[in-house]
Design a protein around this ligand. Structure first.
Ligand code: 5GP
Ligand code: ZN
Length: 113
């Protein structure tokens, strides 16, 4: 998608601090971290939000979760972490390309505000 910032990060047009990359997915550090570890995990293909997950991309999203689980072990996030995705206006989504926040390194509050 031409005007999508995360498509541009996925293609390398906009630089990012990468934690993991393969041909299908990218994990990079959030530019405004909300926790000591704050990664964004995205499919390289443009998907608007988790609302658009269906049988055609379920394998891709499963792969993305497997990558995040492996990263959590590599990064030794032994005391826990959170994976969250925001959807639409009330969900607080500001970038319209599906991304999962992986947050760790401090006690995270629940429920969210
Ligand atoms: P959302 O609010 O849509 O759930 O999350 C978007 C996230 O993307 C925010 O945490 C924001 O800090 C991050 N973000 C926005 N623009 C950029 C960017 O250009 N580079 C990086 N690394 N993160 C970004
Ligand atoms: Zn996109």
């Amino acid at each position: 998608m031409d005007d999508c910032i995360f498509c541009k990060i996925a293609s390398g047009e906009i630089p990012s601090n990468k934690a993991y990359e393969d041909d299908k997915v990218l994990v990079f550090h959030d530019i405004a971290p909300a926790a000591p570890t704050h990664l964004l995990a995205i499919p390289k293909a443009h998907i608007q939000s988790a609302e658009e997950v269906d049988e055609r991309n379920a394998e891709l999203i499963g792969h993305l979760f497997a990558v995040m689980a492996k990263l959590s072990k590599d990064l030794k996030l032994d005391s826990g972490f959170r994976i969250v995705t925001n959807i639409g206006q009330d969900g607080g989504q500001t970038v319209g390309h599906l991304h999962f926040h992986l947050l760790a390194g401090r006690q995270l509050a629940w429920p969210p505000g």
